[in-house]
Design a binder for this molecule. Structure first.
Ligand SMILES: [Fe+2]
Ligand SMILES: [Fe+2]
Length: 193
């Protein structure tokens, strides 16, 4: 597990669960975005063969999460539609340097940290839902298992492309930055506020 610098408060999960429709619509968008980001790496970096099959698999898995979330929305009568993204990912990606190869490294590490934060928060949601809404608790616990794998995958792949010590040092900087981003959180009913 990545050492996230800022731990989500204990009152976060009960608070955002009060805005469940917004949270679940965001979940669907996040899964779709995670798939699209993984595909983006495949298109931009065909020369990095090491990325191709693992990120294709990851994108497929994220699309399965997207479909599962859409089904959950439908089962609960929640309408999926356009939603303004929370500021979290945009703020986090400000640390990414503009030109390759640094850009690739930074973006992969931002993806790793986003996956780790999603994992931390979905675990908090799943735990809060246990005994209250078993279907939703199981849904989030299933996602947690995948996201835990995904953050490790991005770090491992980065270490195959770049010097592992350099990756580790930059990961520390991205984690520090993410801690700052979390302190600016908006308090919206979102996983990524
Ligand atoms: Fe996912
Ligand atoms: Fe993921």
């Amino acid at each position: 597990m990545l050492k996230l610098r800022h731990r989500t408060d204990a009152d976060w999960a009960p608070r955002v669960l009060a805005g469940l429709p917004e949270l679940l619509v965001e979940q669907a968008h996040l899964e779709k975005k995670a798939a699209s980001t993984a595909l983006g790496f495949l298109f931009r970096y065909p020369e990095h063969l090491v990325l191709q099959a693992p990120l294709s698999e990851l994108a497929r898995e994220e699309l399965e999460h997207f479909e599962a979330t859409l089904a959950l929305l439908q089962a609960r009568g929640i309408r999926f539609g356009r939603q303004r993204p929370g500021p979290y990912a945009g703020r986090l990606l400000r640390i990414a340097r503009p030109a390759d190869p640094e850009r690739l490294l930074d973006q992969m590490l931002c993806c790793a940290v986003i996956e780790a934060r999603s994992c931390e928060r979905m675990k908090a949601l799943a735990t809060a839902l246990r005994g209250v809404d078993e279907v939703l608790a199981d849904f989030y616990f299933d996602l947690v298992v995948s996201e835990a794998r995904h953050h490790g995958l991005y770090v491992r792949l980065a270490k195959e492309i770049f010097d592992p010590d350099l990756v580790q040092a930059r990961l520390d900087e991205v984690l520090d930055h993410e801690g700052e981003v979390m302190r600016e959180a908006t308090g919206m009913a979102r996983l990524h506020d």
